[in-house]
Every structure is written in C-alpha cells, then in structure tokens.
Design a protein around this ligand. Structure first.
Ligand code: RB5
Length: 149
C-alpha cells in the first residue's frame, strides 16, 4: 500500500519510527515532512497528507503532531478525508471497520512507540465493514458537500 506520512516537529520522532516499520511490512511510504526538529506549523503537514490521499496519490495517510489534535483538525478540512485520532488499538480497529478512516492521526507526546506501532498495524490490517456503516459514511460526505462552495 502507498502511504502518505507527515508530522510537525512534535510528531517527527514518531514519524521516523513508523516509516521503517511500514517499509518492513512491504508498504511504500511518501514522507511529506517535516524533516527537522525546528518548530513548524502542523496545518501545513495535515494539508499535505490529506491532499495526497484525497487526490488519490496515496491510498492512506498517517498524520502526527504532539497531541494529534491540531493535525487532526487540519487533515479533516481536506475534502474526502476521514481522519481518525486513535489512542488505542480498539479505536484503530473501529475507525477502519465502522468509519472507513483513510487517515490515521497519532499524538507523539501521548503514545509510547510500542503502542503507536500496534495502533498502526491494527489500523492497516482492518477492513471497512460496509453495510450500514456505508450509509453513515455517505451521510458524512453529504454534510461535506452541503457546506462546500
Ligand atoms: C506543537 O508544540 C504542538 O502544539 C503540536 O504538535 C500539536 O500538539 C497541536 O495540536
């Protein structure tokens, strides 16, 4: 799977742990930055990851900041993105099975590396359950369209 990944400075260290983990599992990783620990603005990287997924350049995305909160807000402003901030494996599983999340959002200052990698693994391994959940996804999309210019 081709996966977009991006973070601000607060998420950089976790991004650098997740990248080789994804490659080991056979995924292609496209890194949208940041590349240094210099302070930067999470909306830039949320937008980049969101666009890569929304435009179809990458199948899924992973967006990381310190808490996951700011970059979650940013990535979810990109049309077509269903970004899910997950702090445990159950949320990761449900965000795929019920919400068909196409971007996983993580907080590097919230999670240990081991738990973060388990969340990533579960999130990538879980399929969307469809059925009644598709109707709800369609309702989310309808809200997005209603408020689009
Ligand atoms: C950066 O200090 C921090 O505010 C950012 O990484 C994130 O946690 C914002 O939601």
């Amino acid at each position: 799977m081709k996966i977009a990944i991006g973070s601000d400075h607060g998420g950089l260290s976790l991004k650098e742990v997740i990248k080789p983990f994804l490659v080991e599992q056979g995924h292609e990783v496209v890194d949208f930055g940041t590349a240094t620990t210099d302070s930067c603005d999470y909306p830039i990287y949320g937008e980049r990851v969101g666009e890569a997924v929304s435009f179809g350049d990458c199948e899924r995305g992973i967006a990381i900041c310190g808490t996951g909160l700011g970059i979650s807000m940013a990535v979810n402003k990109v049309p077509g993105i269903r970004g899910a901030l997950c702090t445990n494996e159950f949320m990761a599983e449900m965000s795929r099975a019920h919400n068909d999340a196409n971007v996983l959002v993580l907080g590097a200052r919230v999670l240990g590396e081991g738990l973060a990698l388990r969340i990533v693994a579960v999130w990538l391994a879980t399929e969307f359950a469809g059925d009644r959940h598709q109707r709800r996804i369609d309702e989310i999309t309808a809200i997005e369209k209603k408020y689009s210019k």
